[in-house]
Design a protein around this ligand. Sequence first.
Ligand SMILES: C[S@@+](CC[C@H](N)C(=O)[O-])C[C@H]1O[C@@H](n2cnc3c(N)ncnc32)[C@H](O)[C@@H]1O
Length: 387
Amino acid sequence: MGKENSARRPAVDTVLDPFAGRGTALYSAAVMGRQGFGIEVNPVGWIYTRTKLSPASKNEVERRLIQIQRLAHRYSSVSAKLPAFFHHCFSSEVRRFLLCARAQLNWRQCNVDRTLMAFLLVHLHGKRSDSFSNQMRQTKAMAPNYAVKWWKARRLKPPKLQPVEFLKTKLRWRYARGIPKARPSKAYLGDSASVLASLKGKLSGRGLHRPSLLLTSPPYFGITNYHYDQWLRLWLLGGPPTDRRTLNPYNGKNRGRFANRETYQRLLTTVFQRASKLLKPDGVVYVRTDRREPTLAITKLALKAAFPRHRLQRMDRPIEGKTQTRLFGNGDPRTGDVDLVLASPYPSYLGQYKRRRNRRRPRSRPTPILSNRRRPEELAIRRGRSS
Ligand SMILES: C[S@@+](CC[C@H](N)C(=O)[O-])C[C@H]1O[C@@H](n2cnc3c(N)ncnc32)[C@H](O)[C@@H]1O
């Protein structure tokens, strides 16, 4: 979705992302004047997405931050009972503050609370000098026992910071350029298969238009279940204080889902089929996925089953930066992404255009639809080999 496309206003009004993650696709759509409509099963990704789409104001968030800080002293005894990991990871002041936020913030219902929670989640762990935690990666929480050993061996202590002052600096920086204008959009928290089924025939009642673009990146087979490595953030949202892979409301149906071929295939097939019922008949499907098998083969199968009349084109995307595949993968040097683009060979606007052309121009003229000036993106799709 480049700048030049937005200037030409192509016929994409609503963009559907059934695996919304942190909301990159939905946010891009919304700031470019389109409606974003997405679903995410992991509450961490959902909070980021909702906050990007409609953040509370800086003043509201600051006021709530101060309220939380005032109540934090009530959490001293709970703090003392936390497992050892938390004592090595956070200072006592930060622990009390986080416990208070965990108990008080109503992030599901209240926009101000959700925005503040998004800030807490972002800065919960990372570099010692720039987060609430002892030294850790920002993307992935370490396993608790491993982390404690690692900190002890290096004599690393949790940073002593004032939660309110620390977050005020982050808020100032984040809001410095104001809040970007975004078209009202929707992000649902839940399993895409169920949410899409519940929305069939009810889009307009929910203020949604039929999507003309399905733009997504589904989970990659066998890479991560998006919960284990986020266990600490999920704890802050009310989950258990452990990375154990037991079934609970915070890892839910996802547990092991992406390491079993059949369940993985069932998930993609169901989601794409249900999404196809909502998409406009000449809608375009753009899916970024893993180049490795079985992810690629399963994704193609699921897409072809859901969109039998669309033509499928594959584009390889060698990635230079850090990707989830590299972060969580097995070090396979061939890692990289692939874009699968599916478009109807006869989109409705071409049909209308052809009818008009036939009325006005002699048949022998070159077909203007195939001129590069007219629809380069359509040309690329039509010329691409069907795979
Ligand atoms: C590859 S990531 C998407 C990344 C996203 N494009 C972004 O920019 O952040 C796949 C996402 O699908 C989510 N997911 C997995 N199963 C799901 C389901 N059944 N329903 C909704 N979301 C699901 C995962 O939690 C994960 O965030």
